[in-house]
Design a protein. Sequence first.
Length: 396
Amino acid sequence: MTNLQQKKKHLVVFGEDFNGLPSSTQHLVKLLANERKVLWVNSIGLRQPKFNFTDCQRVVNKIGQYLFKPKKCKKVSPFAKQNASHDNIHVMSAMTIPAPQSKGAREVARFLLTKQVNKAIKKFLPQGEAYDLWISLPTAADLIGHLGEDKVIYYCGDDFSSLAGVDHETVTRREQKLIAKADLILAASYTLKTKFPEAKSHWVEHGVDLSLFNDPKPMAQELKDITQNNALPSAGFYGSISEWLDQDLVVETAKLLPHWQFIFIGHIHTDVDKLKAQKNIHFVEAQAHQDLPGFSQHWTASLMPFRLNGQIKACNPLKLTEYLAAGQPVIATPFNAVKQYQGFVQTISTAKEMAETLEASKAQQSEEMKQGLRKAVSNKSWISKSQQVEKLLEAI
């Protein structure tokens, strides 16, 4: 049989929680699921929970997901509408010990997960047909060889050794095991790819939902309210609001441009008091993915004001291609992933430079300019990225 005639192997995926904002793993796997069954295991954690409100709430949610076990992706979160049911995807939440450190705890976690996931495999995947193990979270490495998988794929979307909010030592050890046992490694950035053995690693850069971000969308009501129906110039950012955001740069720029409005959309994971102290800096709660173009197509410029730490050096933010596809000027601090978009992304290093670039962006609102930015990512749809991955899966 030729590769085109071979039956697609099914997938058992250890990824992020399926109910949240879609990750690159979700974008790819949803398309791969058009021709195969997928068992998606919600996040088994990258750190042990702490005794605080956020972690306690997450534990309660995990227990609820485990007890009620939806057969398909049902509405279980504010973002559920963007993760509509897919006939070939079964989502499960498993009870386990998050990021176990001791050998004994790892054995208990492996036993619990193996029992639950193998039961789901027998129930959901066609018996007698091969399936591969796709791991996006290194803490699943201990499951390799215990789930009856054919091949192992490691999809690396972040530098876990520098990722905020994880147990670095535990996760790094699991990643080394995963790298050694993986048959195929997919890296979301070129910087990440350089960490892995050349023979089995490939760069699969992030794609973009072109129809979602290209097609005109009405302005979000929250943006209308902040900008007085677009009478005031605005600069926006969406995504996790964490320690890698350069707050000092943003505050200094906001002071230089008091007539501009700065909008930050997303969950807040760090102290932002200095930002909130500025009257022209606004926060909007996290939005469903499909609603983001209602902001990014209409604010005057899109921002990526990052601190250049280890995580940012290795990252390839999903918002980068999405910002470009939305067609508004993109302004960022320098980091590796923007280098390939030289001439499309404007890089700055100081508040003065950011203020000057923002002011200049007001004159860059022509349809010709918008089409030029969109052309930079016109060949980077998630469909094309899934086709690249499909070929790599067929080759192992």
